[in-house]
Structures are given as C-alpha cells and as structure tokens.
Write a protein that binds this ligand. Structure first.
Ligand code: SF4
Length: 334
C-alpha cells in the first residue's frame, strides 16, 4: 500500500502591508507522511503562533503552501479539480475547537447532519439518511433519541462537540484534522471525547492529526508527536519518549509546565531563563529563551536523530546524525 498523505517541506509565508511588506513564516519545511494502511493518531503540539493552525488550514485545503508540496493519494492537492477535489473535501474532515461555532441556533441537530448528507449525496432516501445519522451518533457515544430534534441550546458543550465529530464521521473520512477539539469542553468530558476519537481511529480506520497546545491530552491520545515553535519542528518522535524524556530545551519547557504527579520528571526540574524573544529568522527560533544557547545557535539548527524514535532540532545533539525533514515520519510510531 502507498502513502495516503505526504507533506514535503511545506512552508507557508504570510506577507503584511503593501509597501515595505513584512513576511512572517508561519510554517517552515514541514514534512509528514501518513500511510494508507496504517491509521494513526499524531499530535502536533505548540503554543499559539507555533504554526499548528496554519498546518490545519493547509491540510484542509483552505490556504495554499508558499513552498513545498502536499500530496493526497499521490496527487498534489493544489491541482485537484471536480470529483477529485470533492472527494478530498469529503475524505479530509475537520473538528474545530469551538463546538458552538458550527451550529446555527435556529436549526436542529438533524439539519446540521442532513446538510453534508445532501451535499455529498450520501443517501438515496430519508430513511437511509436517518440510518446514517443514527449510526454516526452512536459511534461517538451519543444516543440518537437524546439529540435528534434538539436545538443547540438544549445540548451540553460535550454533546455539541460529539455531534461535530459525528458530522465528520458521516462522510467516512480517511483523515480527521482535530484542531484543539477539547480545549473549550468541560474538563470532566475531555477524556471521553478523546476516547471517542481513539475509537474512530481503531474502528473506522481514520487517521487523526490532533492539534493542541496541551501536552497532557497529547500524551493520552497519540502514539507520536511533533512539537512546533514559531513554525519550525523542534522535536518529534514517540509520544512516550518525547514527553517523558524531552531533549529539546523548548519541549522541556513545555513538559516542565505540566504539573503531573505521574510523570517521572519533577515539576520545576528544568529552569528556563526567559530572555527577550529573538526575531532573528536565521538562527534557532528558540535562541532568545534558551538557557543553553551557544554561538552556533545563530545558524538555524537541522534535525538530529537522537534515538530510534526521537529527533530534535538543536545543536546540543550535534554529534548525532542529521536527518532531513522528509525522514521525520520514519521515526514516528503508528
Ligand atoms: Fe538552545 Fe541552541 Fe538548541 Fe536552539 S539550537 S534550542 S538555542 S541550544
């Protein structure tokens, strides 16, 4: 079997202003491969401004890459037209942060679910449409009789987000881009929604790209993780290795801010000295905050392979073999 999704050194640059336009590299040389026959859950983690939402927009075809290529089933998504474009839109679905945003307060849940069924001609009759809705709702842990016929204000935040997942599932996606899907959901419901996503991967063979700023949820849902900072990959690999034994100073900072009693590492073990942020685009993007910064860090570090399932873009591992972005996926377990 081949590759379902391939991103090859994808870069997205935004320009601001007409005269003296300033360029902002939102995502730089990002590579990723998802295999056709190995559905997986991959976390892309980072703070706001790390490029993770730009990545989601690129994956969904909402914006185009400035450089690099995104291939779906071997086809460049920027060249898709007609039926192929429609198939891509159907097979790559999104679940966004705000479970309220997709709901029109004047329509019932049935309407929200019927629209994609009609748009993509998924059912030949009302009865078949109803069956599909009920199946999708059940798959995400909802009882159809509890939610069908109801208006958004009659549902909890957790129910709304599950309905969003059901809506995506109706289309039988092969990839689900879940951008902060539980950050606006009550803390008590997060685990069960994450469990639902995991079930979709297992039972329906959907690959999930889980985008988050929250490493605790990343740890619970994903097998592998890519950590972004200012649009660049800082560290990537097996989620267990990266979170329990972070090697990049930025990942250490992120992990160190999690007050988890069950992690081996003690809170506060790694101190990061906050310095003035460094806007220098040539050097390591983390240089301005890094307690280990050296002279060489004024040149952008490549990725170094620091273990069988771990890589970091940091000169602290200069003696390790370098790897090109396109090889990062080989280190990610599925
Ligand atoms: Fe710190 Fe240098 Fe590593 Fe960047 S490359 S994280 S500045 S040690």
């Amino acid at each position: 079997m081949g590759n379902l999704l391939e991103l090859h050194e994808v870069t997205k640059v935004y320009s601001r202003g007409l005269i003296n336009a300033k360029e902002n590299v939102a995502l730089r040389d990002f590579s990723l491969t998802l295999k056709d026959d190995e559905p997986t859950i991959l976390t892309v983690a980072g703070e706001s401004g790390s490029g993770k939402t730009t990545l989601a927009m690129l994956l969904l075809g909402f914006i185009e890459a400035t450089k690099g290529q995104i291939l779906y089933d071997g086809r460049d998504i920027s060249t898709l037209e007609g039926k192929e474009k429609l198939a891509y839109r159907r097979e790559v679905q999104a679940v966004f942060q705000d479970p309220f945003a997709v709901f029109n307060p004047f329509y019932t849940v049935d309407h929200l679910l019927t629209v994609p069924i009609r748009h993509f001609k998924l059912a030949k009759s009302r009865a078949e449409a109803r069956d599909k809705m009920e199946e999708a709702l059940t798959a995400v842990g909802l009882r159809p009789e509890d939610v069908l016929g109801r208006f958004p204000h009659q549902l909890s935040g957790g129910q709304r987000q599950r309905i969003n997942v059901a809506r995506a599932l109706l289309l039988r996606p092969r990839i689900l881009v879940a951008d902060e899907p539980v950050s606006m959901v009550d803390a008590s419901l997060r685990a069960s929604i994450l469990e639902t996503l995991r079930n979709l991967q297992r039972d329906y063979g959907v690959s999930i790209i889980y985008i988050t700023h929250d490493l605790t949820t990343a740890y619970h849902i994903a097998k592998s993780i890519i950590v972004l900072y200012r649009g660049a990959v800082m560290e990537a690999g097996d989620v267990d290795a990266v979170i329990k034994n972070p090697q990049h100073p930025y990942t250490r900072l992120l992990v160190d801010s999690i007050p988890w009693p069950n992690l081996d590492q003690r809170w506060g073990e790694h101190s990061i000295i906050a310095r003035e942020a460094n806007e220098d685009s040539d050097g390591c993007p983390f240089r301005g905050r890094c307690p280990s910064a050296m002279d060489i860090c004024s040149t952008r570090p490549p990725l170094f392979e620091i273990g069988p399932h771990q890589t970091a873009a940091c000169y602290l591992y200069e003696e390790k073999p370098k790897i090109v972005p396109d090889r990062v996926s080989e280190l990610l377990p599925v």
